[in-house]
Design a binder for this molecule. Structure first.
Ligand code: NDP
Length: 495
């Protein structure tokens, strides 16, 4: 019998055993087999990682490295991820149950994030500010913050870590990552590749463990300059309160309950595929899931038929099998949560058109059938709360005015889909929807170049694009008197 692999923390460029001496298992959600054990981190491990990151931040070898050379390192890291893409895709697919074909797609795009921020690294600078006194030179500098704490979820560990890591490193920060307890492996491997790319030891550290232990300790650590978090709105709220009380910043990418709106003038066949992509891809375990579907009354029946038909034929199975279209939910509690919501919907009066059952797909894992709920309205909990599973609630509407109101009637504001062939309507509705990302006649499009921001309870701050650079830098304003003349009046404010 082979021994279970044991992963240690990655601190200061080395594999480090947990202070507690304890490890916890990570389960393959498709089969329930134990994949590996990861170190159970606590406050001592986090402290060690933050001290290592701080020492590297202050080390001239990193601090004084030219911006161009930082770009070279990021480019090399992107290349290494590309070279190791298949290994990383398989690892993550086994760890969180995401389809290998989707992971291969994510991994094919991941190097671009590093290349994008590599390109930006030597284009980040301050500016000269005009003043009313010609003898005064005022200029600004964009400086790194220090040690950034990154706390990430299990649904797309590498991609969501990268959204934080690439910009944070490009401007000269160092980073401590606490990955989700369900998906430690690929983030640990990523940290090894960071070292291999030539970043100094301590530039990127990973402490694995539980949210309430390692995560909380990272968010609480007094030498952290910022927390960048992706996860649930509830945890995000705790982190926001905690960081605000210490006057440090946080970037928060949180939950969603995104509307996907199909107008009467839409190409309904395409819209139906957009609805399927929005809610059944990744088994609905994406923050941007289009979980509230609104279809104009005149196309409601056709859309329902197309979506339900496709949902019924979705191939559930082993995520490593190229033919599989729906893998398991990432862990047992998540599967039970999804099942609980569908039962709640039934008790609230919803009708299950297709799906509505847990299954082990013959593999022993935590699968749930693609599910379509109808006879639902915007007041039901299944329509208001994030389920994070393959469950679509489909509702009819009559007018544009009405659907904009219904779409915006949510605590969230992450994303929205609009399906229409009317150009004016597309832009008009995009303008009125309260969401940070709007897709028109498409869904789930993403790029490192395009900024994304959650509105309302979906987050604070921007990820991706040039905008996110501000999240990882601080601005310093420097005033220089170029005149040798005596100061005219020391009691008057200078400008
Ligand atoms: P959680 O908020 O439970 O966890 C996210 C991360 O925070 C994990 O690493 C977790 O550790 C950690 N954590 C948990 N409690 C604490 C704490 N008290 N202090 C510090 N860290 C803590 O979310 P999930 O892992 O359940 O992720 C799913 C959620 O993430 C969904 O609600 C989804 O909408 C959201 N999400 C948002 C995205 C976005 O871009 N807006 C993208 C992807 C997901 P542990 O795993 O050990 O509990």
């Amino acid at each position: 019998m082979s021994e279970t692999t044991r992963y240690q923390h990655f601190i200061g460029g080395e594999h480090v055993a947990p202070t507690s001496g304890e490890y916890f298992p990570s389960i393959n959600p498709a089969t329930r087999n134990v994949l590996y054990e990861a170190a159970r981190g606590g406050a001592d491990d986090i402290d060690r990682a933050v001290r290592s990151a701080r020492a590297t931040f202050e080390d001239p070898a990193w601090r004084d490295l030219s911006q161009t050379k930082r770009g070279h390192l990021l480019r090399r890291l992107g290349d290494l991820i590309g070279e190791n893409a298949e290994e990383l895709a398989r690892m993550e697919s086994s760890d969180n149950g995401k389809l290998l074909r989707e992971m291969r797609g994510q991994l094919a795009g991941l190097p671009e994030y590093y290349l994008y921020y590599a390109g930006l690294a030597d284009k980040i600078h301050g500016s000269v500010i005009p003043t009313s006194d010609r003898s005064v030179l005022n200029y600004t500098k964009r400086e790194p913050l220090g040690v950034v704490g990154a706390i990430t979820p299990w649904n797309s560990p590498l991609t969501l870590t990268t959204s934080k890591l690439a910009p944070a490193l490009s401007v000269g920060n160092t980073v401590v990552i606490k990955p989700s307890e369900y998906t430690s492996a690929t983030v640990l491997r990523l940290a090894e590749l960071v070292l291999e790319a030539g970043f100094p030891p301590g530039a990127v550290n990973v402490v694995t463990g539980f949210g309430a232990e390692a995560g909380q300790a990272l968010a609480d650590h007094r030498d952290i300059a910022k927390i960048s978090f992706t996860g649930s709105t509830a945890t995000g709220a705790r982190i926001a309160a905690n960081t605000a009380s210490r006057f440090i910043g946080s970037t928060l990418e949180l939950g969603g309950k995104s509307p996907n709106i199909v107008f009467e003038d839409a190409n309904v066949a395409n819209a139906a595929m957009g609805v399927v992509a929005g809610i059944f891809a990744a088994a609905g375990q994406t923050c941007i899931a289009g979980s509230r579907v609104f279809a104009h009354r005149s196309v409601y029946d056709e859309l329902l038929e197309r979506v339900t038909e496709r949902a019924r034929t979705i191939k559930i199975g082993d995520p490593l099998d190229e033919a599989t279209e729906l893998g398991p939910l990432a862990f047992e509690d998540q599967r039970d949560k999804v099942a609980g919501y569908v039962d709640l919907g039934r008790s609230e009066g919803a009708k299950v058109l297709t799906g509505g059952n847990a299954t082990d797909a013959g593999l022993g894992g935590f699968f749930y059938e693609p599910t379509v709920l109808v006879d639902v309205d915007n007041d039901m909990r299944v329509v208001r709360e994030e389920i994070f599973g393959p469950v679509a609630a489909i509702m009819p509407f009559e007018t544009e005015e009405e659907v904009v109101r219904l779409a915006n009637d949510t605590e969230y504001g992450l994303a929205a889909g609009v399906w229409t062939s009317n150009l004016s309507r597309a832009h008009r509705v995009a303008d009125r929807l309260e969401a940070g990302t709007i897709w028109i006649n498409t869904y789930r499009a993403m790029s490192p170049m395009s900024p994304r921001q959650g509105f309302k309870n979906s987050g604070v701050g921007v990820e991706h694009g040039t905008e996110t650079i501000k999240e990882y830098t601080r601005l310093k304003s420097v005033w220089v008197n170029t005149s040798e003349d005596p100061v005219a009046d020391p009691f008057v404010l200078r400008s």
